[in-house]
Design a protein around this ligand. Structure first.
Ligand code: SF4
Length: 65
């Protein structure tokens, strides 16, 4: 799995951080998403898919690899 985030779309809702805190963080100053791990281990994949699904801005994209 390859994860990308679009910081221009992100509205700082933080749902991704609550759902997959090992993979996503937020910038202290404005809450915009920070990708901690673009190639998360298998045991995080379900949480990452859930995070992408709950992102209100559709700012999280998942790809193969
Ligand atoms: S859930 Fe989406 S909009 Fe919210 S912080 Fe994460 S990437 Fe940004």
């Amino acid at each position: 799995m390859k994860v990308t985030v679009d910081q221009d779309r992100c509205c700082g809702a933080g749902n991704c951080v609550l759902t997959a805190p090992e993979v996503f963080d937020q910038r202290d100053e404005d809450g915009i998403v920070v990708l901690l791990d673009p190639t998360p281990a298998e045991d995080h994949h379900t949480a990452v898919r859930d995070a992408a699904a709950v992102c209100p801005a559709a700012a999280i994209a998942l790809g193969a690899g």
